[in-house]
Design a protein around this ligand. Structure first.
Ligand SMILES: [Mg+2]
Length: 306
């Protein structure tokens, strides 16, 4: 299952009957890493931590049954992408329709036929992984390889919600390559593209925490979303960004501030417990970026919002 450079699949088996699990595992052991749960709660926990490609879900279980589990999985964005195949002893249209309605992709009846289970699971792994691949492509800015504007918008909205719930601070950085139009005029657009790629890569390396997001905001503007960062952290980050880009030593003869490419940076900090809209947060970072430009470029300005 490694065609198209895809990663080995993870298959989660959920059944309250260990004999069923053993049987399915023997059928599917060559199609990916097989993990299992014998009740609904455990299944949800494993789905969250392992993010399996495919889940074979027993409809009839004591406690949380398959339908309840599937509904919970589909409501949580962490688990919603796993393909759920119901496995049930009851072959009736109403149950099958209900399963598909709540987000299952397929429906297999017990006693299972090994070749059918294998073929269906393989087909759904392939679809799921192709979908993942397309999602990754759709999330990436084609020129620089970092997150694109759409991902930035979604991430900022999500992080603002999370910050509101957790009462943790949130930092938003907007930065702009200084005199980039003059750079393009002087060196040409291919060199301009290479410059943007170099800046993007440098920013990507700076954002070491897994929760940080670096995105191309548009043109020669980049954005970083920094969850749970305090004021000293933001100030330090502003300095590091300016130094790092300047130290790339990309010649910029047309620049009016430096012999190398530099950036101007606005860093807006949402203090813990405050709540604002994405638009207000971006407007603030943009204002600070504008002040950094007015102040002479190749510098950063930090400001609180709300
Ligand atoms: Mg059962």
């Amino acid at each position: 299952m490694t065609e198209l450079g895809m990663v080995p699949a993870t298959i989660l088996l959920v059944d309250d009957d260990p004999i069923s699990i053993r049987l399915l595992r023997s059928i599917l052991k060559d199609d990916g890493e097989v993990i299992f749960a014998t009740n609904g709660e455990e299944a949800i926990r494993l789905a969250q931590t392992q993010q399996p490609d495919v889940i074979l879900l027993d409809a009839e279980m004591p406690g949380l049954d398959g339908f309840a589990v599937c509904e919970r999985l589909k409501q949580d964005e962490v688990t919603a992408r796993s393909a759920v195949i119901f496995v049930t002893a009851h072959n009736d249209t109403e149950r099958e329709t209900r399963a598909l309605d709540i987000g299952a992709v397929d429906f297999i009846t017990k006693p299972v036929s090994p070749p059918i289970v294998k073929a269906r699971v393989r087909a759904h792994i392939k679809l799921k992984q192709q979908g993942d691949h397309l999602r990754r492509l759709a999330a990436v800015d084609g020129l620089t390889g970092i997150a694109n504007r759409r991902v930035f918008d979604e991430t900022l909205a999500r992080e603002l919600k999370r910050a509101g719930r957790s009462r943790h601070p949130l930092g938003l950085v907007l930065l702009d390559v200084d005199f980039f139009k003059l750079y393009n005029d002087r060196y040409g657009h291919l060199e301009g593209d290479a410059c943007l790629r170099a800046v993007a890569q440098a920013l990507h390396k700076l954002s070491r925490r897994p929760a940080d997001t670096v995105a191309r905001y548009g043109g020669e503007e980049f954005a970083l979303i920094l969850p749970d960062i305090d004021r000293p952290g933001v100030e330090q980050f502003g300095g590091i960004i300016c130094d790092t880009i300047r130290n790339l030593k990309l010649p910029h003869e047309a620049s009016k501030v430096h012999e190398f490419v530099t950036v101007s940076v606005g860093l807006a900090l949402l203090p813990g417990g405050a709540e604002v809209t994405s638009e207000a947060m971006i407007r603030k970072a943009d204002e600070l970026l504008y002040q950094a430009k007015l102040g002479g470029r190749d510098r950063f300005i930090v400001g609180d919002i709300a």
